[in-house]
Design a protein around this ligand. Structure first.
Ligand code: FES
Ligand SMILES: [Fe+2]
Length: 317
């Protein structure tokens, strides 16, 4: 497969997703890498294929004293730069490829070895400056190509179907859309009905959502979609991340940030807000996974130019 959007900055994980001295497998544009964080908070990523006899290093283990990863097959050790580690001497030669990482505000970015075509979006910095990190939610590998997944985030009609039940949406209106190259901003007004008691127990966050939701969405193509929403107990910035794993599989997760005044409220708010985000992801990804192969649409809906703007960025990359 041709790499998808080479030169794009991809946000492959948040530090909190890694734990300490635990190897994780990451697939980006068909390449498998193993990534881990040591007890000092240093993060390493190298090719997941062992250069000896091609075992997956992510099934191995980390040696805390030597800062190495051990292959599960014959127990050879490699350091985070991709050098073979023998007895107490390190080979100076790289034997396997390290993945170059850029760590910014606990977010782990990479260009996967391609010439950078876009900078790391400053949208993330703006959020970190004003909001507090709440947690990660909705991590999932979606059966669906990158384009179909990203288009959902720019689709201002899918709320009417995909999220109708959850948010009891009765109407959805786009009041503003502006794009500047790879950055775009949208303002949206959603009118909702009351939720039933059962729905409120399942997703308590619904109870505090007003009848009319005025949301702002900001986009940094292709990795990032942010939903800014105001709720009576705090403002949230919900960052939706996407990156291509393989041609027909896309990774997603949500980084949740909030401005909450009261610490008790934060405690109560945290879980329900993360839970609601996970439900939204389930619904979006469920929609993509159920689609038949793409054809030329025979019907147009309002505001679809926002979706076509994203599609154009993708096709003209
Ligand atoms: S395959 Fe990794 S040590 Fe042999
Ligand atoms: Fe959605």
């Amino acid at each position: 497969m041709e790499p998808i959007l080479p030169g794009a900055p991809w946000l492959i994980a948040h530090r909190s997703m890694l734990g300490v001295n635990k190897p994780h497998k990451i697939t980006l544009n068909t390449h498998d890498y193993v990534i881990w964080q040591n007890q000092k908070g240093e993060i390493f990523a190298i090719d997941n294929i062992c250069p000896h006899m091609q075992a997956p290093l992510s099934d191995g283990w980390i040696c805390q004293e030597r800062d190495t990863i051990t292959c599960p097959f014959h127990a050879l050790e490699f350091d985070g730069q991709g050098r073979l580690y023998r007895e107490d001497k390190k080979d100076t030669q790289l034997i396997t490829k390290p993945l170059e990482l850029i760590i910014s505000n606990d977010c782990i970015w990479t260009y996967a070895g391609f010439e950078p075509k876009l900078p790391i979006p400053d949208l993330h910095q703006r959020i970190v400056d004003e909001y507090e990190f709440i947690g990660v939610s909705g991590e999932k590998s979606i059966k669906g190509d990158f384009l179909s997944n990203i288009m959902v985030n720019y689709d201002y009609n899918h709320q009417n179907g995909t999220h109708k039940e959850l948010f009891k949406i009765t109407s959805c209106d786009v009041t503003y859309f502006e794009e500047k190259g790879y950055y775009a901003q949208v303002k949206q007004e959603l009118i909702r009905d009351n939720n039933t008691l059962g729905e409120l127990l399942k997703n308590p966050i619904l109870g505090i959502l007003p009848k009319t939701l005025t949301n702002t969405l900001e986009y940094a193509f292709p990795s990032t979609t942010v939903l800014f929403a105001k709720t009576p107990i705090g403002n949230i910035a919900q960052i939706h991340i996407l990156y291509p794993e393989v041609e027909k599989r896309t990774k997603t997760f949500i980084l949740m940030y909030a401005q909450v005044v009261n610490p008790l409220m934060k405690f109560l708010f945290q879980n329900s807000v993360l839970q609601a985000a996970a439900t939204v992801i389930e619904q979006d990804t469920g929609a993509v996974e159920s689609l038949y192969p793409k054809q030329k649409p025979k019907i147009r809906l309002p505001n679809e130019e926002i979706m076509f703007y994203a599609e154009k960025l993708y096709r003209n990359w």
